[in-house]
Ligand binder design. Structure first.
Ligand SMILES: [Fe+2]
Length: 111
């Protein structure tokens, strides 16, 4: 495994952090109904947290000699709150998979 592969994985992580940051923020903006009202503030907080994740990973990528992507992965806001939350769960499951992969690659490089 080359360090190039690790940089590419970190950029994949940045693309998805940018995606979910915009996705959560637009879900915050476009919420509907009583249940939407209940989670609206939380969606905004999560959106900001996700942008901070993008920033942290970009700092590390830059430190390692890479250039952070400006392109988010495809954004799926959803129409109903159910659609929004189901999409977010899918995206978070993808994130867990990707970050496990990155941890493993970084360990392989260190040994
Ligand atoms: Fe994140």
């Amino acid at each position: 495994m080359s360090s190039k592969e690790l940089l590419d994985l970190l950029n994949a992580a940045i693309a998805r952090e940018l995606q979910v940051s915009i996705q959560y923020m637009w879900q915050h903006v476009q919420w509907k109904g009583v249940k939407g009202f209940a989670v609206s503030d939380e969606l905004k907080k999560i959106a900001i947290t996700e942008m901070k994740h993008a920033e942290m990973i970009a700092e590390r990528l830059n430190y390692l000699g890479g250039t952070p992507t400006t392109q988010p992965d495809p954004i799926n806001v959803g129409e109903t709150l159910k659609e929004m939350i189901e999409q977010d769960v899918k995206d978070e499951e993808k994130a867990i998979k990707l970050y496990k992969q990155i941890i493993q690659k970084a360990r392989d490089l260190a040994t």
